[in-house]
Design a protein around this ligand. Sequence first.
Ligand code: NAD
Length: 476
Amino acid sequence: MQQNYIGGKWVDGATASRNVNPSDLSDVIGEYAQADAAQATAAIEAARAAAPAWAHATGQARSDALDKIGTEILARSRELGELLAREEGKTLPEAQGEVNRAGQIFKFFAGEALRVAGEKLPMVRPGIEPEVTREPVGVVGIITPWNFPIAIPAWKAAPALAYGNTVVLKPADLVPASAWALTEIISRAGLPAGAFNLVMGRGSTVGQAMVNDKRVDAITFTGSVGTGSAIAQSAIARMAKIQMEMGGKNPLVVMDDADLAVAVDCAIQGAFYSTGQRCTASSRLLVHKNIHADFVAAMAERMRTLRIGHALRPETQIGPVVDQSQMDQNLRYLDIGKSEGARLVAGGERVQCDTDGYYFSPALFADCDNGMRISREEIFGPVAAVIPFGSYEEGLALANDTDFGLSAGICTTSLKHATHFKRHVQAGMVMVNCPTAGVDYHVPFGGRKGSSYGPREQGRYAAEFYTTVKTAYVNA
Ligand code: NAD
């Protein structure tokens, strides 16, 4: 059994859970420890005890540790990518890309650990010099979803450690293997015992214990809107610092002057790759009525060529859905779309492959309107709704008519429309002639409205969440 990591030691859990490959249900990846609330508390105490030592470690010590972690992740990207593809179901190139990204994030924050800058400002009172510095927040609780099993733990843990915080990580129950492998690498990087702790287990016990414990100074969460808002309310009740990344219903606007091949490529990749299980997926395709019929026909043709199969097979483009409950959710939304009067153009069925897994063919609904549930609710599967519009202004208004605001895209050859869209779309990330999903590791990530709450993640902006500012006055 793969154990939890608490206070620098590997420890058994209260129980264990079995990690199964969604591409092949006969492939058991391993047994992983499941902590109870008492073990979560032990991890918090260990992180608390290690906080002063790590907060006062030199920038060099922090940088060296993060650099070592990043180097090892990159060197083992093939092996870690296979593990990730086996437990989550994304294809091997997607999984290896995710692992590389995790490595690059640690490398990036190895540099940032040496660039934690302050400010010295002019005096306004004679003799009294003001100075602004950044300090660690303290103990950071990290709660992550299943769809990016190594990148999301990495993009939270790397800045937490770079800025001198200690960490308790609770990964999603479905994908403990990648988080365990990351922890094993971190355990050999030279951090003080207790600076990084892993507690695998259920959200309602382990996660909730972290959210409720006053000794956890900050909670960073990525997951669904429902869980996020419940966590936010408990955490705010005790005045914890919080950062919440939640769902999306991301629009891709396709103008009648778009390059059709580029637009179809963006839509196929954005809506269906990673089996549509991305918070940045293009689940609403807003298409100008002048090219609507051509776009839908071209999408249907491309969708017929998509190869669905085992995540580790080289020919596979679309891996399985992560588990039975996500499969049930996809199928439920297929029924909802049909009953709302949307026209199913392609896909939307459970598919048999030569291994027993959760295979599902990407689905395209046409003749949708923006009021339908399939246009408003996050499905989190490879299901996209095509919604026609008559003018740029109408397309923009539809793009903004949503409870979410994570990512938004436009396909156009008009500089005027691209520029206007960049300025006026209500989203944290805007893409012009590229898919709504697929982002860089050195710039901020996050959204508006129901998608995100609190400071942005990643890039230098991560410092807003992982540090607290101190203003000092010195009468010299
Ligand atoms: P989820 O909300 O079910 O679970 C997320 C995490 O919260 C898991 O680790 C879970 O165990 C934990 N949890 C559950 N109940 C808890 C509680 N009471 N207290 C503390 N922790 C608790 O989400 P999921 O199904 O794992 O992931 C899919 C969701 O994640 C989608 O909605 C997707 O849009 C979102 N997501 C968002 C982003 C982003 O950056 N915006 C990125 C990836 C995924």
